[in-house]
Design a protein around this ligand. Structure first.
Ligand code: GDG
Length: 501
């Protein structure tokens, strides 16, 4: 059945569970994250489709149904599973996307690795995604593509199906031309993005960078520029922009450039934070802490998240402030998305080595400065740690948005707690009331964490109230509404379902 809305996202929108030899499709265990928000768009159309990949030994005979029909709380939708071999996945995702694109997107030119890239494979995989989307899309449908690993899909889809509307959303930062143009495929990627009706980013800076890149590579005119909303202008943060281009003209076609920051489900997190189970866990954590303060740091194991740099700051702070020994602990939760990738194994090793050195240097029988958690902890438990922490210390070197800081604020329905946030996280443009730190400056990092630890309750509450306003204003529902508005502008917005008779 063809669909009015096709979402193209690398991950499948459910968990596949094998029960007595039969495969069952289940809702993802944690309702947190953006998958439920994406699926909620299916409620607005007669029929939706989702395209993702699934590993197969033989792509001609994958041993699973290419398309399955799902019916859940979000309505009826098809899921098209594109069979890819292990090697195709490794090449397109782990090599080209993670070794070549990821460092460039985050501004780490020195980590860019061109040598292992198999560009024909990347093109082939993106072509297959475009074909799968094309075969699900109804006449004039909207196809909504997510993230840089599918950069070539819009261009291919435009060739295959000139009738469809195409929107794209980047979850990462987008760098300026001096960095992006390191990629030898820069023009091919940019022209594919310009084949969209709407190209989306978290914050105005990334949109502005994209437009600069486009202008450096092709004749593109900015036909509309608007002033950035006051609450996204945060003095003293590196990523603030004053105006942003919102419409381009390229080869006679209009391209909307939109910004909408992904948020979290504040109501769900607040509800979790208010349960008795959470209260009991918080009491247990606080008891274990005694009179020591708890600093919490959470993020994927990735060099962009600045885990090692943060621990080095903690080491300097402990060295310079002996009165803190025994009085503060850092809980560092750093989970690897892929342990088999050399680059992440190296980051993990560096984190372990740094934590080990600091614990060895300062630790005592009754006090270990750093607790390192390298396994994922259940979300309910994470909420308890958010609630128990005196300070959340979130200092990525670069981060598209960063949802952890927003989750922390949402969990603090008690109104207390301090957020120390990197000015290089996209979230910082909304969360100027956090203690803002520059992770490239030792002095800024050390002063910010000390300020967080020493902050009095009145200031904590005043700042947290401001943070809460921003996180609620830009929650996941607001992201959905803002995207809906853009999709409406391109004329491809899923039209509301007729009311049931
Ligand atoms: C990309 C962009 C952008 C982490 N540890 C545990 C755990 N988590 C969950 C957090 C949070 C999520 O992982 C991480 O989200 P982030 O936004 O911080 O970072 P990325 O994974 O890098 O996401 C990013 C995002 O896309 C959305 O567009 O914000 O900039 O890089 O939800 O809670 N969850 C559980 N246990 C853990 O140990 N349950």
């Amino acid at each position: 059945m063809s669909s009015d809305l096709v979402i193209v996202y690398h991950r499948q929108p459910y968990e596949e569970v094998e029960l007595d030899g039969k495969i069952e499709f289940r809702e993802n265990k944690s309702p947190n994250g953006i998958v439920p928000t994406l699926k909620s768009f299916f409620g607005k159309v007669d029929h939706g489709a989702w395209v993702a990949w699934k590993q197969a030994e033989d792509t001609a005979n994958p041993g699973f149904d290419r398309v399955v029909e799902i019916e859940d709380d979000y309505g009826k939708y098809s899921v098209s599973r594109l069979p890819l071999t292990e090697n195709q996945v490794k090449q397109f995702y782990h090599v080209t996307s993670k070794e070549a694109f990821w460092p460039i997107l985050h501004g780490f030119k020195e980590r860019y690795n061109y040598d292992p890239v198999d560009w024909p494979n990347f093109r082939q995989v993106n072509w297959s995604f475009a074909e799968a989307a094309a075969s699900e899309a109804a006449e004039g449908a909207l196809v909504w593509v997510h993230d840089y690993n599918l950069w070539l899909v819009p261009g291919y889809l435009r060739q295959m199906r000139p009738d469809v509307k195409i929107a794209f959303f980047h979850h990462t930062p987008f760098p300026p031309p001096d960095i992006f143009n390191v990629l030898p495929w820069r023009k091919e990627i940019t022209e594919s993005l310009l084949a969209c009706d709407a190209v989306g980013f978290h914050i105005p800076r990334y949109a502005a960078n994209f437009v600069q890149v486009a202008r450096s590579l092709t004749d593109v005119d900015v036909t509309e520029r608007v002033r950035v909303s006051e609450d996204l202008i945060s003095e003293g943060t590196a990523l603030t922009e004053r105006t942003v281009p919102t419409r381009l003209s390229w080869k006679g076609r209009d391209v909307i450039v939109n910004t909408a920051s992904v948020g979290v489900d504040t109501a769900y997190i607040a509800e979790r934070a208010a349960t008795d189970e959470t209260a009991n866990q918080v009491a247990r954590i606080r008891k274990e802490m005694g009179d020591a303060q708890l600093i919490l740091s959470v993020g994927r194991t990735d060099y962009t998240k600045g885990g090692v740099e943060q621990m080095q700051s903690f080491e300097r702070v402990l060295e310079a402030n002996p009165e803190l020994h025994g009085k503060v602990r850092l809980m560092h939760v750093s989970v690897s998305a892929n342990r088999n990738m050399t680059v992440y194994a190296e980051v993990q090793a560096a984190i372990e080595e740094t934590a080990g050195r600091i614990n060895g240097r300062f630790g005592r029988l009754d006090w270990q400065p750093i607790s390192l958690i390298s396994r994922p902890i259940p979300f309910a438990e994470l909420v308890a740690y958010y609630r128990a922490a005196d300070v959340a210390w979130i200092t990525p070197l670069a981060d598209g948005m960063n949802l952890v800081c927003k989750e922390y604020v949402s969990a603090r329905t008690d109104g207390a707690g301090v957020l120390v946030l990197s000015e290089f996280a996209g979230a910082a443009v909304e969360l100027g009331s956090a203690v803002i730190a520059n992770p490239f400056s030792n002095r800024s990092m050390d002063e910010a964490i000390l300020r967080g630890l020493r902050m009095g309750e009145d200031e904590q509450r005043a700042r947290m109230a401001e943070l809460k306003k921003a996180v609620e204003k830009y929650d996941v529902g607001a992201w959905g509404r803002s995207i809906d508005e853009v999709l409406g502008k391109v004329g491809g917005s899923p039209s509301p379902k007729p009311e049931a008779a």
